[in-house]
Design a protein around this ligand. Structure first.
Ligand code: UDP
Length: 236
């Protein structure tokens, strides 16, 4: 596989790591480590990890009336737990990795700075970006797009459990139509926020960062996307 891209941001939701009633699911972590190893050293890879398998800010606000900024800090802290667990699986597969966190937690992760992130990428290390943007009020989708812009990544891969973008939620609605390509504006008009949050797509539009949404749990898909194959859906 000749990669089409040399620097990519891969956004993984926290739910990529979980199983039924389990925060972490061993098979999922092993699978992701294998997929990532298959592209290791053929691309500079920054992984932005979510926290939704543990807790999202919105859930705490709705169910516990947690102060919004605190709820979001709890959500950001959740991404750090995921980063540590993911890193452990990548390292045992022989990959050189570094966690950079936007929320400082120096015992386990370096503070995120743009220059440090670039240096690790140039040395061939996979960087795992934890803590989202470090600011409340957004999600890790937005962090992925902003980091892609900062780091000059050519594309954001949003690796999910679904095949791409549908006109409606395909699980709830059998009439949902698959959309292989769409513009940022069409995505925003269609209100497809279950797939990616609006701020992320608006930022992607502003920065001209394309986003490919695909099923990361189909073996070989990460390498296919990297090779430029038209899998999943492209928002550009
Ligand atoms: N979060 C935040 N700022 C950020 C990124 C995340 O406040 O820049 C919080 C927010 O509460 C979010 C939670 O962290 O719900 C976990 O991130 P996200 O929902 O993106 O996780 P995912 O859905 O990707 O698993």
């Amino acid at each position: 596989m000749t990669p089409k891209y040399n620097r990519v941001v891969l956004k993984l939701s926290g739910e990529a790591l979980n199983g039924k009633n389990q925060v972490f699911y061993r098979q999922a972590l092993d699978f992701l480590a294998d997929e990532i190893r298959s592209v290791y050293q053929s691309v500079q890879l920054a992984i932005v990890i979510g926290g939704g398998n543990i807790v999202r800010g919105r859930y705490l606000m709705e169910n516990f009336q947690t102060t919004p900024v605190t709820a979001d800090h709890i959500g950001m802290a959740a991404t750090i737990l995921n980063a540590l667990q993911l890193e452990d699986f990548l390292q045992r597969e022989g990959m050189d990795t570094r966690i950079l966190s936007a929320l400082e937690i120096n015992a386990v992760a370096e503070p995120y700075t743009f220059k440090r992130a670039l240096r690790h990428l140039e040395k061939g290390r996979i960087i795992i970006l934890a803590g989202g943007t470090g600011s409340a009020g957004v999600t890790t989708d937005t962090a992925a797009v902003l980091r892609a812009g900062d780091l000059g990544a050519q594309i954001v891969f949003k690796g999910t459990k679904v095949d791409g973008v549908y006109s409606q939620d395909p699980i709830k609605n059998p009439e949902a139509v698959f959309i292989p390509r769409l513009s940022y504006s069409r995505f925003l008009r269609m209100n497809l926020t279950g797939i990616l949050d609006e701020t992320a797509v608006a930022q992607a539009k502003a920065k001209g960062v394309p986003i490919r949404v695909f099923n990361i749990f189909e073996a070989g898909n990460l390498a296919r996307a990297l090779g430029g194959e038209e899998i999943g859906s492209l928002i550009s």
